[in-house]
Design a protein around this ligand. Structure first.
Ligand code: PAF
Length: 284
């Protein structure tokens, strides 16, 4: 496995693969890898001959006061896990080359990127779209894999690629969960035992919400019951529980489901005197 840090090194390997006709599949990550990331890597292998994983904790997607400094960084262990999965290259760009002192370009995605997450993290998807566009330009993959855990992010990337004519196929990968149904996330590393026990209740409450709507309950009733249940269980606040159309993420009309939908949630789970923001989503 190549571990590459420079653009020059990256280009050399990518060009040699391209010269041999190999298809390149890309999995962008912020490191602190867990089984969820590894499931993306395994899926990536089905789409091409070469798999590249990037590790970069992207400062532009963190707002002031968020956990940029505290975000877990486990580079050595990440590299070990990726090697064991048979990844061809780990790309770990130097932050100074990703955003040099002259950097002055932003990327803004509208439509699917508006509402839900951006009501609470207004610049989040601008930062994600910027770094993903830069990584795509550097790695030049044929296909890229993103987890459905960050459902709105996946929809945003699909929009970005289509709008900017990037010839890259975007694949969404199913959410990996622990034995209790908690969606795997690098931020789960923050939890102590009590926090983890509460965090694991989120999926149970949301599955009930999805089942109630499937059985004909009004969307407003089901989502408001889910919010109350989350607060009663011990979540300190709920940013949203919303039901949207699965592709465009538009608000559903009529109040009752008459086709596939997605219920999305963001809630704050108290943990050691602070709180961990959890996001998740479920098909209905
Ligand atoms: O989902 C993530 O880990 C990040 O948002 C991504 C796509 C790697 C961009 O920094």
């Amino acid at each position: 496995m190549d571990l590459v840090r420079t653009e020059r090194g990256l280009r050399k390997v990518i060009w040699s693969w391209r010269g041999s006709g190999d298809r390149i599949v890309f999995v962008p990550t912020m490191g602190a890898l867990h089984e969820g990331h590894l499931s993306l890597v395994r899926l990536a292998k089905k789409y091409g001959e070469r798999v590249v994983v990037s590790i970069f904790v992207n400062p532009t997607q963190f707002a002031p006061g968020e956990d940029l400094e505290a975000y877990p960084r486990t580079e050595k262990e990440d590299a070990r896990l990726l090697k064991a999965e048979g990844v061809d290259m780990v790309y770990i760009p130097n932050p100074d080359t990703m955003y040099n002192v002259h950097h002055a370009t932003t990327v803004q995605v509208g439509g699917v990127a508006k509402g839900l997450e951006t009501d609470y993290r207004p610049t989040f998807f601008d930062g994600v779209a910027l770094v993903v566009a830069k990584l795509f330009n550097r790695v030049q993959p044929d296909t890229a894999i993103f987890g459905e855990k960050d459902y709105q992010q996946l929809a945003t990337i699909r929009r970005l690629v289509e709008d900017l004519d990037m010839p890259i196929k975007i694949i969404g990968a199913p959410i990996a969960r622990d034995a209790h149904g908690l969606a795997l996330s690098s931020r789960n590393a923050y939890f102590d035992e009590t926090g983890l026990t509460l965090a694991r209740k989120l999926n149970i409450i949301m599955r009930k919400c999805a089942a109630d709507m499937r059985e004909g309950q009004h969307v407003d009733m089901a989502t408001s019951e889910a919010k109350s249940a989350l607060l009663k269980a011990g979540f300190s606040s709920v940013d949203y529980v919303e039901v949207r159309s699965p592709n465009s993420l538009t608000v559903l009309e009529g109040g009752y489901l008459n086709g596939p939908a997605r219920v999305l949630v963001a809630a704050h789970c108290p943990n050691q005197g602070q709180s961990v923001r959890l996001i998740d989503n479920f098909p209905v």
